[in-house]
Design a protein around this ligand. Structure first.
Ligand code: AMP
Ligand code: MG
Length: 541
């Protein structure tokens, strides 16, 4: 049966010989586990068909001018084992859980055409030139009844964009991505999804805290899913390299494929499209703020064009309500990506995206409209978010002071964000003692200040806060760093039961689930205060 690869070989589109044949044959056995499953899918390759690519095939590290992608095959892992499987994601793809390790071997899946995407990015405020998928390889786009989803392996070997690195991922970061992206979905936060986690049977060397202590860690590959993995940096690279033809082609592809209701044939069309992206980005960040999520690395290469949370690295969840907190030790000096600054960084990143559209416009001044839309959308969403978290119903101007005072009070002493807001949903009188479980030091609660604020809130809601709205806005269960770390510690010794349990609990984050309360509706334990992986995470993954 001819597939896209073999068709390409027959028409000699690329200069590839016997080696490539064997390489494809071998590398596709990476999907030993998923193979039987993936055979049932209908594959498309719109991105490859409609945007310019690299004429060279394969993984050697290089600059790839004038291209949006490079064809590359995933590397064969020595001993792949399926460890985690998202049944929800699988159902969307109409896939059954593979029955253990399916050693299908070497078969080429009809229609699959794997590639790494080329993009650039501003990292921590500085332009970093070509980055690209250094260890992510897209298998292709899958056509479903009402949507098309891209499937991508993260950690499956080097690509032209791997630079000095190995193209691999370790178990700890793969568990964090698998669990968190699925948890975010169930929290109602726009996100890429995860389908599976496979351990590779290979050890990977990592200097986890970049402190000269490298160690061998278990390798893993996550299969993740999104409408596309196109990023702000996917456009920026062409503009900065002054390749406006490729920029235009990529913009037109993106709009045709993912924003068919838009047209970018005029300045106003481009601004409308960017305004849409600005609004989606504002929605995503307002959800992060609502649930206490800190992305940790909001570089423009980590900003999805769909407004999805993407690239789970050194992210974290606020426990103590500290807007200045970031889990990312790589960002410790300036804390650029701290919780409280995320909305502002969203605007900064959008400004870089808008800038990258300047060559396509007659009047680039119009781009300010998209940035203005972000500010206005975010402002509105922020008010709605606080109204929901506090059960206010409609937000009114005078609520502003209530919220400012609350933000200040939450920072007076160490206060657990998730527990505070969740307990607030059910208190029957404005009395801080009812919320004492939210405080890390129960001896030093500023009782009077709190009771004054609670009285003010209680008066505002006339003693009847909109409780269901509050419950829907204030999750009971989030993936606290120490929870993920407990799951990782067990998994590293072969026990994935905590991963499975967390996956289950986090599927219903707004439900009471009393059976899990004692274990997972808890403040950060003391052991986690200064533990690597809990309070400290780096970009090393
Ligand atoms: P991140 O900070 O994870 O968004 O990664 C920034 C860039 O580094 C992206 O281009 C990644 O693909 C690349 N990268 C990160 N880790 C690796 C790795 N182990 N091997 C190859 N490339 C990597
Ligand atoms: Mg990234």
């Amino acid at each position: 049966m001819l597939n896209r690869f073999s068709k390409n070989i027959l028409v000699s589109k690329f200069n590839i010989g016997k080696y490539f044949y064997i390489h494809i044959f071998k590398s596709l056995t990476l999907f030993l586990i998923l193979m039987g499953t993936f055979e049932s899918l209908e594959w498309l390759s719109r991105f490859l068909d409609e945007t310019p690519g690299d004429l060279e095939v394969g993984g050697s590290s290089r600059q790839v001018p004038n291209a949006c992608w490079s064809r590359v095959s995933p590397t064969l892992p020595p001993d792949p084992k399926l460890m985690l499987w998202s049944q929800e994601m699988a159902s969307i793809l109409h896939l059954d859980r593979p029955d253990g390790v399916i050693l299908g071997g070497g078969e080429i899946i009809e229609g699959m055409d794997s590639y790494a995407q080329r993009y650039g990015g501003h990292q921590f405020g500085n332009w970093a030139n070509q980055l690209g998928d250094g260890r992510a390889i897209t298998l292709g786009e899958v056509k479903l009844d009402n949507e098309v989803l891209e499937l991508q392996l993260k950690g499956s070997g080097i690509t032209p964009y791997s630079r000095f690195a190995d193209g691999k991922a370790v178990l700890r970061s793969s568990i964090r991505e698998f669990l968190c992206s699925e948890a975010m979905h169930h929290l109602g936060v726009p996100t890429t999804r995860a389908l599976s986690l496979v351990t590779t049977g290979e050890k990977v060397l990592r200097d986890m805290m970049y402190d000269g202590n490298p160690a061998l860690e278990t390798g893993a590959v996550v299969c993740r899913v999104a409408p596309s993995f196109i990023r702000f940096g996917s456009f920026q690279i062409h503009t900065i390299m002054q390749d406006y033809t490729t920029l235009k082609t990529l913009v037109e592809h993106t709009v045709r494929t993912h924003y068919p209701e838009h047209s970018v044939s005029s300045d106003t069309g481009i601004v409308k499209w960017l305004t849409h992206i600005a609004e989606q980005t504002a929605i995503m960040i307002s959800h992060w703020m609502r649930v206490g999520f800190v992305h940790g690395v909001m570089n423009t290469d980590n900003m999805s064009i769909h407004g999805l949370t993407i690239d789970y690295g050194p992210y974290g969840w606020l426990e103590d309500y500290n807007p200045g907190w970031t889990p990312n030790t790589t960002d410790a000096a300036t804390r650029r990506y701290r919780y409280g600054q995320q909305p502002k960084i969203g605007a900064w990143n959008l400004a870089r995206l808008c800038e990258s559209m300047v060559p396509l416009m007659d009047d680039p001044n119009l781009l300010h409209g998209a940035l203005e839309a972000y500010t206005q959308s975010y402002g509105r969403l922020q008010n709605d978010m606080w109204a929901a978290k506090l059960g206010l119903g409609e937000f009114i101007d005078s609520d502003e002071s209530l919220i400012v005072e609350l933000n200040a009070l939450l920072q007076e002493v160490e206060t657990d964000m998730t527990i505070f807001f969740r307990l607030l949903c059910s208190i029957e009188e404005p009395e801080i003692d009812l919320l004492s479980d939210a405080f890390y030091d129960s001896e030093n609660i500023p009782t009077e200040l709190w009771n004054t604020w609670l009285d003010k809130w209680w008066t505002r809601v006339e003693g009847t806060p909109k409780r269901q709205e509050m419950i829907n806005a204030n999750p009971k269960y989030v993936l606290r760093n120490w929870m993920a770390q407990l799951a990782i510690d067990a998994a590293e010794s072969g026990d994935f039961s905590i991963c499975e349990e967390l996956y289950l609990v986090l599927k219903n984050p707004y439900e009471e689930q009393v059976e899990f309360e004692e274990k997972w509706f808890q403040k950060r334990p003391e052991w986690a205060r200064h533990r690597v992986g809990c309070s400290m995470l780096s970009c090393s993954s």
